[in-house]
Design a protein around this ligand. Structure first.
Ligand code: ASP
Length: 325
């Protein structure tokens, strides 16, 4: 009888010292700093038009997206390609998931084709952890239900660092549906590790129970909450994760929690306005604020590609030419 095909370990050692990126909860400050250092390094190369080292050349990144995505999926794809890598994107629609195949079986099937890294977005919290334990590959969590979205938080940190020059000591307010937002959770962990002071504001039904145990200041009204903040991060209500009747009406929500020019009269003049997208204009943020001079929403999108380049580079054990680092 012939031996079963041996699948070699595809996990090279890397300077981050982790196999997978599952959440910012599991990152140490020095690992976040390293990802940011590489992100700014890649940004400088791109901004100056210098060639980017093709450290993913000959490597394949699988993008397994079981929930809708515009920014995250396309930026992972662009990031891999800018580093010379190949990508293969699979979604729920049109894949064998529709025929009843489990996530683990799909992932093992994909692994048998010898990729170098797998990026997963899935509606079930914890699914990237299962894949990490099952597969001989680095796994990046690109959003697991309402749990974590680590690369979003990293790109948010990069954007804050870019515009404010630091993260330590800054006061950051996260507004909206904190309870169902993986972006909020990943940002709270990451910002606190980097010395930021995080506050949250939202209707009580959209704040997680015992949210203050996360070390955040809690507000129920925007007027006082915005006053001394350096950054305001506003979130979309995660309607797809709410039961009918659990969400406020869009009009009511916008009246009390929408970030508008009139709300910002009480804020610092240089407050940074952020949103992970997709934006529901006129609900959580008014169009004039979203497009205004304090908004860095599109910078977040651009930095998303760069942070994902850094993460892909580091997790696949890439090395930059001497002199660059
Ligand atoms: N794009 C972010 C996420 O995937 C935020 C959102 O969808 O509201 O979590």
């Amino acid at each position: 009888m012939r031996e079963k095909t041996h699948i070699p370990s595809r996990v090279p050692p890397n300077s981050l010292g982790i196999k997978s990126l599952l959440g910012t909860e599991f990152l140490e400050k020095k690992q976040i700093e390293q990802i940011l250092k590489y992100s700014f390094l890649f940004k400088d190369l791109l901004d100056s038009g210098k060639p980017v080292p093709q450290t993913l050349s000959g490597k394949t990144v699988i993008l397994l997206f079981f929930e809708p995505s515009t920014r995250t999926r396309s930026s992972f794809e662009l990031a891999a390609k800018r580093l010379g890598g190949n990508t293969l994107a699979l979604s729920k629609e049109g894949s064998s998931t529709e025929k009843g195949e489990t996530l683990i079986d799909t992932a093992k099937t994909v692994q048998a084709m010898n990729p170098d890294l797998l990026v997963l977005r899935h509606p079930s919290a914890g699914s990237p952890f299962h894949l990490d334990q099952t597969l001989d590959l680095p796994v990046i969590n690109a959003g697991d239900g309402f749990h974590e979205h680590p690369t979003q938080a990293l790109l948010d940190l990069m954007t804050i660092q870019q515009f404010k020059g630091k993260i330590e000591g800054l006061k950051v307010l996260i507004v909206g549906d904190i309870a169902h937002s993986r972006v909020a959770r990943s940002n709270i962990y990451a910002l606190q590790k980097m010395g930021g002071e995080v506050s949250v504001c939202g209707p009580p039904t959209l704040l997680p129970p015992k949210v203050e145990q996360m070390g955040v200041e809690v507000h129920y009204g925007l007027n006082k909450a915005v006053r001394d903040k350096d950054v305001i991060m506003t979130l979309r209500i995660q309607f797809e994760r709410l039961n009918p009747g659990q969400s406020p009406s869009r009009g009511e929500y916008s009246k009390f929690y929408g970030i508008s020019e009139s709300v910002l009269k009480a804020a610092k003049s240089d407050v940074l306005i952020m949103h992970p997208g997709p934006v529901n204009r006129g609900v959580e943020i008014s169009p004039d604020v979203a497009d205004g001079s304090r908004s860095v929403i599109l910078n977040q999108v651009g930095n998303g590609v760069i942070v994902r380049m850094a993460v892909l580079h580091l997790l696949t054990g890439g090395e930059l030419p001497k002199g660059l680092v």
